[in-house]
Design a protein around this ligand. Structure first.
Ligand code: AR6
Length: 357
């Protein structure tokens, strides 16, 4: 996955380069700077002493010494002075310059802390937005795995309003029960059901649609046909609808990409899915994606909630109101927000798995 937000100590992250939120002397300090110097050992300080400092918004590179990375990229974030002193431009420059150095040194993976958001006082939600915008902007043009490493939960804040909105949405929808009653026919989620009986499913089971193929096909054909075949001037023939019922996830995905007029790379980048994984899916008609990958593609394709459920069914998954993860996905889709990175920020804030690989 090209961009991941992870909760960890950056000195423990295995990757080609870690970025240090340093000060202009480059001779160490507190926060993440102190942790990196402590873990790397004296060699790092000796090399830093040769560098002659670094200006705010710029970056310099050294070896990784005892850290589990090849390089440390030292960048100096701006101190927050109210936001009208060019702080944002300088912070953007930190990310840009660090990524440029990583690229020049052939790094395939880089880990960033949330620069300036500690001692330097940059408001955390704004620091996060700058980080996400800069990193995702860079990833549109370049192939790299970038981690944003968040040390403690309080360092990671989505906007209070968004958090409250999602929390309310979850409260409204969440089915907090150990049992999920499967009714005859389809429930409001299009959850697969067993005709003529009532079954009790565990919450784990609600994640997967288990309708016998014959019933599923009949049911779905009937529904799609209703939607897609208006009395006048049908947009799609019944034959096509039937053909689609036999489509695998991979075939459905490729068809949707064409229908949306997207290129493959536009789609997998927007989905936060790695190029290699996309090639696997493209090359294997029976590829079985994880649920987070399948949803990431639905988001990239900007599918409606119903279309998302249809695509998920092709991979054997469903959305359920007994899963917070699923409800958060529903929140973003119904609000027409298809920014996978913003969705991931929210998922992260609610301790859920992230979209992508
Ligand atoms: N791993 C990941 N993130 C961390 C870690 C860690 N081990 N430790 C702290 N953070 P800060 P700044 C987070 O203060 O604001 C130093 O003294 C932390 O929670 O390290 O750019 C330098 O020498 C926060 O979200 O950097 C400078 O003088 C983020 O890293 C000054 O601080 C950045 O916090 C730079 O201040």
């Amino acid at each position: 996955m090209p961009f991941q937000i992870i909760r960890n100590d950056i000195t423990k992250v295995e990757c080609d380069a870690v970025v240090n939120a340093a000060n202009s002397t480059l001779l160490g300090g507190g926060g993440v700077d102190g942790a990196i110097h402590r873990a790397a050992g004296k060699g790092l300080l000796l090399e830093c002493m040769q560098l002659g400092g670094c200006k705010t918004g710029q970056a310099k590179i050294t070896g990784g010494y005892k850290l589990p990375c090849k390089y440390v990229i030292h960048t100096v974030g701006p101190k927050w002075r109210g936001g009208t002193n060019g702080e944002q431009e300088l912070l953007e420059s930190c990310y840009r310059e660090s990524l440029r150095l990583a690229l020049e040194h052939g790094c395939k993976s880089v880990a960033f802390p949330l620069i300036s958001s500690g001692v330097y006082g940059y408001p955390k939600d704004q620091a996060l937005k700058v980080a996400v915008d800069c990193i995702t902007g860079f990833l549109i043009e370049h192939d790299m795995l970038v981690y944003l490493v968040v040390f403690d939960k309080s360092a990671f804040q989505i906007s209070e309003k968004l958090f409250k909105d999602i929390a309310t949405f979850i409260d409204d929808k969440y089915v907090d029960t150990n049992f999920f009653f499967r009714r005859t026919g389809r429930d409001e989620w299009g959850e697969s059901t067993v005709l003529g009986s009532t079954e009790i499913l565990s919450p784990e089971e609600t994640d997967r649609a288990i309708l016998p193929p014959e019933q599923f096909q009949e049911d779905t054909v009937a529904e799609s046909a209703k939607e897609s075949l208006p009395m006048q001037a049908p947009a799609i023939s019944l034959e096509d609808v039937l053909k689609r019922e036999d489509e695998s996830f991979s075939q459905a995905l490729l068809r949707k990409i064409d229908e949306k007029g997207m290129s493959d790379s536009e789609c997998y980048k927007k989905a936060n899915v790695d190029r290699k994984l996309f090639s696997k899916i493209r090359g294997d008609v029976h590829y079985h994606p994880s649920k987070t990958t399948a949803i990431a593609f639905a988001i990239a394709l900007e599918l409606s909630l119903d279309e998302t459920k249809d695509l998920l069914l092709k991979a054997g998954f469903a959305l359920s109101h007994s899963s917070k993860f699923d409800i958060i996905i529903e929140y973003f889709i119904t609000n027409g927000n298809y920014n996978v990175f913003e969705i991931n920020e929210a998922l992260f804030a609610f301790d859920q798995a992230l979209l992508g690989v």
